[in-house]
Ligand binder design. Structure first.
Ligand SMILES: [Fe+2]
Length: 520
């Protein structure tokens, strides 16, 4: 670890500004670079303001016209929608189960009309919601998340070089916890939404949250706690947090890592937290591009196992690191402890050559070269991660790993009642299929949708009183590559047969993550 480069930034002032609702950090050192940082964000804000003023005047047609020369993240099934709508009495094919009574919310980036944020990941968050009740699809609506970035054009890095964690995009996930619905993005604070998708405001858990919050927290199915982390490009690079089942932030502790990396997800087991310290590193020189993270062979790749001390009493922050073959992981499937006390981690893993080919196509460094290949190739290159298993043995200090299938997939999901516990099934989205893995016998099955359709993340909803792990449904928004239509597909998770389809009143851009929020 000692030989690894460290960034030339220094944190000097944790926030005392809790009363205003967000924490502030101050950048010092290397004034030229920080001034450059500020200038970049000022330009971003100006672009956002002009887009905000124009939004109500835009039309779908104009957006479609713009896409002719647009980058991949503004094209085809990723094409943003220009406005917010409400629709009631949605058309249903098949039969919606009565017990699917609740809301399916899904988040994703949706730049304002006329905006190009420069990276697929950096459009304003828009949540699409479908209300199901008693066998009917009552409504659809979509809303941008009213962050301070959206409403005021507030800069993430302000003129006085402070960071505003409410000036974010809130575009990655939407989850329920302790009676609140939270829209998440990994660089800032969550934003609370109402069940009707209106924005309540940022949430810093009564001023206790002093880092960003990942978009991939993990709820322990036994304790009801929400475990999460925040990472940043300034120290502390990684901070672990724990929310109680009733939504109080009851634990925060710094985790030592060699440098700032993009840590998109993590895992938990019954007794451990699992960290992914992988070689997608922050690079200040790239901050004027779409995303200031690049692959760095020199960083290495490690998985960390940290005891959850409420169970073990182990000293806080102690992590045992295992070197692994270089890779990148956006998304964990699940993890558990086996009978030998080993930690088993399943995730969607990118090989280095696959990740470095994929990253520029969505706006990362090298995008000019990738763009020359055309948006169709870029869009087709997504979803090349493979389901992979690492087995970490604390007794021997050894790690073994194997790729479980060669099919390219992403967005692994599972029965949330088994988070951190042994599980048999993973559900994933391929470019043109929903793929179910049986990790017990190594088999897989797929619902092939055809080359014109692409599915989003498939969220598992257990049936009431389910006895089998896959007794329930999968919910996924399926869109066509031509960006003309979308449906909410409801599958029987046991065999991937179609239970019902809700015709959505508009196309929904392919996005990121969502949740089923059942009525209480
Ligand atoms: Fe994600």
């Amino acid at each position: 670890m000692g030989g690894r480069p460290r960034p030339h930034l220094q944190l000097i002032e944790p926030s005392a500004d809790r009363g205003s609702g967000w924490s502030r950090l101050r950048l010092v050192d290397l004034p030229a670079l920080t001034c450059r940082f500020r200038d970049i964000y000022v330009r971003h804000v100006e672009a956002g303001r002009s887009g905000s003023a124009a939004v109500s005047e835009q039309t779908e047609q104009r957006t479609e016209q713009q896409t002719g020369a647009s980058p991949a993240w503004l094209t085809g099934h990723l094409t943003p929608v220009p406005d917010e709508i409400d629709a009631v009495g949605l058309e249903v094919t098949g039969t919606l189960p009565d017990e699917l009574t609740g809301r399916y919310f899904r988040n994703g980036p949706n730049p304002l009309p006329g905006q190009d944020s420069g990276h697929w990941f950096t459009g304003h968050g828009m949540v699409h919601g479908v209300r199901l009740r008693d066998g009917r699809a009552e409504w659809y609506r979509n809303r941008w998340v009213r962050t301070r970035s959206f409403t005021d054009g507030a800069p993430f890095v302000a003129d006085d070089l402070t960071i505003d964690r409410t000036a974010v995009l809130a575009n990655t996930h939407v989850i329920p916890h302790a009676g609140k619905i939270l829209a998440l993005v990994e660089v800032g604070f969550p934003y609370e939404l109402t069940p009707e998708l209106e924005t309540v405001g940022p949430c810093d858990f009564d001023g206790r949250l002093t880092s960003a919050m990942t978009a991939h927290p993990k709820q322990d199915p036994v304790t009801g706690e929400l475990l999460f982390f925040g990472y940043g490009f300034m120290p502390p690079y990684l901070t672990y947090h724990r929310l109680s089942a009733d939504g109080r932030l009851v634990e925060s502790r710094e985790i030592e890592v060699p440098g700032p990396t993009m840590m998109h997800d993590f895992a938990i087991t019954e007794n451990h937290v699992i960290w992914l310290d992988l070689p997608l590193v922050f690079d200040l020189e790239l901050v004027n591009g779409g995303m200031p993270y690049r692959w760095d062979d020199a960083y290495g790749a490690r998985i960390g196992v940290m005891p959850r001390d409420q169970h073990t009493g182990t000293q806080a922050g102690t992590v045992r690191w295992f070197d692994v073959d270089p890779c990148y992981v956006f998304h964990v499937g699940n993890a558990h402890e086996d009978a030998q006390g080993r930690v088993v981690l399943d995730a969607a893993r990118y090989r280095p050559e696959e990740f470095t080919a994929f990253w520029p196509t969505i706006g990362g460094p090298g995008q000019e070269t990738a763009a020359a290949a055309g948006p169709a190739q870029a869009a087709a290159s997504t979803g090349n991660a493979r389901v992979h298993r690492w087995t970490l043995d604390p007794a021997s200090g050894k790690v073994s790993e194997e790729t479980l299938d060669d099919r390219g997939v992403e967005f692994p999901t599972h029965d949330d009642a088994r988070t951190g516990r042994p599980h048999r099934f993973l559900y994933t989205a391929a470019d043109d299929a929903i793929v179910k893995y049986d990790l017990r016998d190594g088999s897989s099955e797929a619902l092939e949708l055809g080359p014109e359709l692409t599915p989003g993340e498939a969220v598992f909803v257990p049936a009431q009183g389910a006895r089998a792990e896959d007794e329930g449904w999968l919910l996924s928004i399926v869109s066509d590559l031509a960006a003309t239509r979308s449906e909410l597909l409801v599958l029987d998770a046991s065999d991937l047969s179609r239970t019902a389809s809700v015709r959505l009143p508009r196309r929904v851009p392919a996005g990121f993550h969502g949740s089923w929020i059942p009525d209480a």
